[in-house]
Design a protein around this ligand. Structure first.
Ligand code: B3K
Ligand code: ZN
Length: 851
């Protein structure tokens, strides 16, 4: 297949004044009639009338009422048309029941629903399926089903959306659904009906999503001045869905996992995700819908910005530092990993074969970091003014990154051309920091290097905001957070310590660099362990306190993993880290959620990368063993304080999902994990038996599965068999938490379980994702883990290419491993590459990973 390139963009030959669609729903023979008013686009250069269409059975086509016979191909149709406004009418037949790819119109448990982004509308009818063609839609739905929904405002079974939109924001739902309803009054006094539509029986699990929606609507008014713009806002929960949720205009469609919650069935993490995703999709109403993307290369224009907005929202609703640390953990785990391997790409890619493969951590999460850096450089007020200009200037348009940046250049009277490199250079920049004392002067040098990535051997210096502070040896802050602009390969800074110390230069000074993780870079700073302990104890920046603990733990673990654990120096280092953690834990003023993060060990994947960064070859089994062993040792060393947390922090039987209670449960369950060993499961058994909420039950179950307690897993299964979302957790944890030596067998057994409905993306991701999340099992030296995943990817690819392609990133790290594992991973990739009928989606992923 030929790649699509950013450089080849041309506007569509026609503009659309209106679209009218009539659906006659039938499981295997749905009829779609379209009536579209086209008008030549004066800005177009090529007059060809090409409409996208895939897998459609064309029944009839008319232009201005006269039958026409277009030339139909696999990807669309071409027709001779007048060089003047005209009306196109077509009727097609499609088969929603046979649609296992879950793109276009499909069925899920008897309900009709759609997913059009990025290019699914072409599976519904012939249309210029590209985001820069925007039009108002009117939709009629003919079906016996009781609930029929589409975009916009309703008049009986007809929906009218007055806001011009691209086809990817079209949605239709029909089914036997019930609503959890509420209302919202906008800042300017307009009433909006709010509905969350679910299957009967689930209506009591919608309250939290509704609450999150109302808070999102208010927040967007106060923080961005954005109001909702229709008289109804509908959310629908669907069990079969390829991703988290979709921001269709006025009709958001959600994976039921990100809507439904009750204390018994959802964890605190689930609640936090529901809040963030409801907000994210709602915020798209302005950043994505009212202003959309000119082409799919501009995806980060809506996604990076909307992720940034949902992160700001969660930070305001919960603890901002805890949210920031969580976001950085995700960024490092997913985006840094992507950026360091064969799939590295720009925040704004320049070519793709299948656009669905570019809904990545780089476009989303790094895209959000880029917005955050822009705000750091400009400050809150100019950032807000630039957004205001963007909304006013571009409302109703399909835009580019250039349009976005121009607004900030204008309000701030600044030149962002170097900043723009964040969009066009892949790879995680490495920032090195060193310093030296010269009497009362501190010389601090920063330097940067952007590593080569596939297709980009040479890079220009990035513009990197480095927020830094200075602490004296007694822990007092002598320089508060200050923004430094690292915009060249090197930056030398000079500080007068006497001045900063109020007349006396402190004996010892410790820099606190990259506060709040002010840029998505890898920081290499020559901080001694003592200095990091000082930051952990005293830094005013919570992010860097956490970062200090994390890097101390990582260092201890890497030493042990690489066989240096028994040297006297390392033994002393471990004692020192333990006592630093001990001291930290005695600070009564700290937020439990924050302590939980400090006490959480780096993941096996994080440690694998750390071993690679140290120039060594990782052994997944050793990494898992060392990590478990060290967790038990830290648990033992901190036994008193952990036991006290465990006993004191029980938030009681009345579950509430707020951040404070969730933080207490998080710390309590972190304590449980550190205090438990396979030899001592008593605490976990008691918690499992007594738990009244899913957070505590699942945390206990994870410990028990790790301790190879099969009875607990069976009891859980018996209790929750009827609940799909809870069973997804069970499939996942049964494999992810299983001892490495058992996990593969467990996965194989579970793939034959009667409840392993593999075509359901959530269930598939639970089982496969569970194995991938257990690196010691996935990377079993026999290659059986790779083969298992490859077999399932090939099978899934036949039904649902998007879901298969996403999961295939399990192999993106093959270059990290030893020659034997590399060969086995490549063998698995080659087997996928040569599978008969391989999709464009999975084919592109495999060929990029293969390099
Ligand atoms: N915009 C959708 C993602 C669509 C993915 C298509 N493969 C959800 C979101 O980012 O809000
Ligand atoms: Zn989004």
């Amino acid at each position: 297949p030929q790649p699509t390139r950013l450089a080849d963009y041309t506007p569509f030959s026609f503009e659309i004044d209106s679209v009218e669609l009539t659906f006659t729903l039938h499981p295997t023979a749905t009829r779609v009639r379209s009536k579209i008013a086209f008008r030549p686009n004066p800005a177009a250069t090529d007059p060809t009338f090409f409409l996208h269409g895939e897998g459609l059975n064309l029944i009839s086509a008319h232009i201005d009422g006269t039958p026409v016979t277009p030339r139909v191909t696999d990807t669309g149709l071409i027709c001779a048309v007048p060089d003047a406004p005209f009306t196109w009418e077509a009727e097609v037949q499609i088969n929603p029941q046979a649609n296992t790819a879950l793109e276009g119109l499909y069925m899920s448990n008897g309900m009709y629903c759609t997913q059009c982004e990025a290019e699914g509308f072409r599976k519904i009818t012939y249309y210029p399926d590209r985001p820069d063609v925007m039009a108002p839609f009117t939709v009629h739905i003919d079906s016996d089903l009781p609930v029929k929904l589409s975009n916009g405002n309703a008049d009986g079974d007809t929906w009218h959306d007055p806001w011009p939109k691209p086809a990817y924001l079209f949605a239709l739902v029909a089914g036997d659904l019930v609503a959890h309803s509420d209302t919202f009054t906008t800042a300017s006094g307009a009433d909006v009906a709010l509905n969350i539509w679910v299957r009967p029986g689930d209506e009591d699990k919608c309250a939290y999503a509704m609450d999150a929606l109302k808070r999102s609507m208010r927040w967007d008014e106060t923080e961005y001045g954005r109001e909702y713009d229709l008289s109804v806002f509908n959310i629908v929960a669907v069990d079969d869905f390829n991703m988290g949720a979709m921001e269709n205009k006025g009709l958001n469609i959600f994976n039921s996992k990100y809507v439904l919650a009750s204390p018994e069935t959802a964890t605190d993490r689930d609640y936090a995700f529901i809040e963030a995703i409801v907000a994210h999709e709602y915020f798209h109403n302005w950043t994505g819908n009212r202003i959309t993307c000119r082409d799919w290369f501009q995806l980060c224009l809506k996604e990076g910005l909307t992720v940034f907005r949902d992160q700001q929202f969660s930070g305001d609703m919960r603890s901002a530092p805890v949210e920031r640390i969580g976001n950085v953990l995700q960024l490092r785990a997913r985006q840094f990993r992507e950026d360091a391997g064969p799939l590295a790409h720009n925040v704004r890619p320049e070519s793709y074969i299948e656009i669905n493969n570019f809904y990545t951590a780089t476009v989303y999460e790094k895209g959000a970091e880029v917005i955050g850096m822009l705000r750091t450089y400009l400050g809150a007020d100019l950032y807000r003014a630039g957004c205001e200009l963007y909304f006013n200037r571009h409302d109703g348009q399909a835009c580019t990154i250039e349009d976005w940046l121009a607004c900030f250049e204008e309000v701030a009277a600044t030149d962002l051309s170097q900043f723009k490199r964040w969009y066009s250079q892949a790879g995680t920049p490495k920032v090195s920091a060193s310093w030296r004392r010269d009497g009362d002067t501190l010389h601090l040098s920063l330097s940067q290097e952007v590593p080569p990535t596939p297709g980009q051997p040479m890079k220009e210096p990035a513009k990197i905001p480095v927020v830094l502070g200075l602490l004296a040896g007694d822990g007092t802050e002598i320089l508060p957070s200050t923004l430094m602009d690292l915009d060249s390969p090197n930056l030398d800074l000079v500080f007068d310590l006497k001045d900063l110390g109020g007349g006396t230069a402190p004996d010892h000074v410790v820099p606190s660099l990259l506060r709040g993780f002010s840029a998505p870079v890898v920081l290499d700073a020559a901080l001694s362990a003592q200095d990091r302990a000082l930051l952990l104890a005293h830094d005013t920046d919570p992010f860097n306190r956490w970062e200090a603990a994390r890097s101390l733990l990582r260092e201890v673990l890497v030493a042990e993993i690489t066989g240096q654990g028994t040297s006297p120096e390392q033994v002393a280092r471990r004692d020192m880290v333990l006592s630093a953690l001990q001291d930290f834990c005695t600070d009564e003023s700290l937020d439990p959620a924050f302590i939980a993060l400090v006490l959480t060990f780096p993941s096996e994947d994080d440690l694998t990368q750390a071993v690679v960064d140290a120039g060594l070859v990782p052994d997944p089994l050793i990494i898992a063993q060392v990590r478990d062993g060290r967790m038990a040792a830290v648990g033992d060393g901190l036994k008193d304080i952990l036991t006290r947390y465990y006993l004191d922090l029980d938030p009681g039987p009345d579950y509430t999902p707020d951040a404070d209670s969730a933080g207490k449960r998080a710390l309590r369950n972190t304590a449980l994990m550190l205090l438990s060993t396979p030899q001592d499961l008593a605490l976990a058994r008691a918690q499992f038996a007594d738990a009244t909420n899913m957070t505590d039950q699942l945390a206990a179950l994870s410990v028990l599965i790790k301790g190879d307690d099969r009875e607990a897993a069976q009891a859980f299964e018996a209790q929750w068999r009827e609940d799909r979302l809870v069973m997804d957790k069970w499939f996942m944890i049964s494999v992810a938490s299983a001892p490495a030596s058992e996990a593969l067998q467990v996965a194989q057994d579970l793939s034959r379980h009667t409840l392993f409905d593999w075509k359901n993306p959530n269930r598939f991701r639970s089982l496969l994702g569970g194995l991938i999340a257990n690196p010691a099992a996935f990377h079993d030296p026999s290659g059986a883990g790779y083969a298992f995943v490859a077999d399932w990817l090939i099978k899934m690819d036949g039904a649902n290419p998007q879901t298969a392609a996403r999961m295939s990133t399990a192999f993106e790290t093959w270059r990290r491993y030893d020659a034997d594992r590399q060969a086995l991973m490549l063998e698995a990739l080659d087997r996928i590459a040569t599978a008969p009928g391989l999709s464009r989606d999975l084919g592109e992923m495999v060929s990029r990973m293969r390099g």
